[in-house]
Design a protein around this ligand. Structure first.
Ligand SMILES: [Fe+2]
Ligand SMILES: [Fe+2]
Length: 228
């Protein structure tokens, strides 16, 4: 328990520090928004598409609406990135894809564990990714609000955060609805496994995030010094 709290606190502090650093640097802000774009078009959308392939009608409808939101998020981020003159054609780094791969691998033994089918597992993974999104966008918005930096980036993030909060809740509620009373123990074990993978990637991703942000901040500072 102690270790988990430390991991969570470390991720939060490293990321908050990086976000604080990014405030005066358009390059660093663009790098952060590009990471969000990769998540929207990558892991988040892929996880939802997989749910949709295995889902009963009511879940499929819910997921289709969420996928429309994810497309809107990607569009908002692309528009903001083009305002910042950023290149949005770079592919996502391998680490971003690796997390989803590990999650799926770790959850594979549970695919046949629930009467409702693999959809339970895929939805539980989607719920975790959505709630990670809520944490990420919530943290970013809190940093911007604390610095009273409510510009176009904050408006985009606020709009995405509202949707992700809804997505995380609906995915978790759908899992609850699909799981039978006698399957609760299996569900708890599955959720613990998913949370372990999420935490294991947390510190590595946060450190990578800090390094990328700091490098861009430095480049912007050097460019300003050369210009003055
Ligand atoms: Fe999203
Ligand atoms: Fe989402």
């Amino acid at each position: 328990m102690m270790m988990r709290t430390l991991q969570r606190q470390a991720v939060d502090r490293i990321k908050r520090h990086a976000l604080g650093l990014s405030l005066g640097s358009p390059r660093a802000q663009a790098a952060i928004l590009t990471e969000y774009l990769w998540a929207e078009e990558g892991a988040e959308s892929t996880a939802l598409h997989r749910v949709s392939e295995a889902a009963p009608g009511w879940v499929d409808k819910m997921i289709s609406r969420q996928l429309e939101d994810e497309r809107r998020h990607a569009e908002l981020l692309r528009n903001r990135l083009s305002e910042l003159d950023a290149d949005t054609t770079r592919p996502a780094p391998a680490l971003m894809r690796a997390k989803l791969w590990w999650l799926e691998r770790a959850c594979a033994p549970y695919m046949g564990a629930f009467a409702a089918g693999p959809v339970v597992v895929l939805l539980a993974v989607a719920a975790q990714l959505e709630s990670t999104g809520v944490r990420i966008f919530g943290r970013h918005l809190a940093v911007l609000e604390a610095q009273q930096s409510i510009g176009p980036t904050a408006i985009v993030i606020r709009s995405i955060l509202a949707d992700e909060t809804r997505h995380a809740r609906s995915c978790a509620a759908a899992v609850e609805r699909l799981v039978r009373e006698d399957e609760r123990g299996e569900l708890a074990a599955l959720r613990a496994r998913i949370a372990t993978i999420d935490r294991a990637f947390g510190v590595t991703i946060a450190l990578g995030f800090w390094v990328v942000v700091a490098a861009h901040v430095l480049r912007d500072r050097q460019a300003t010094e050369r210009a003055s």
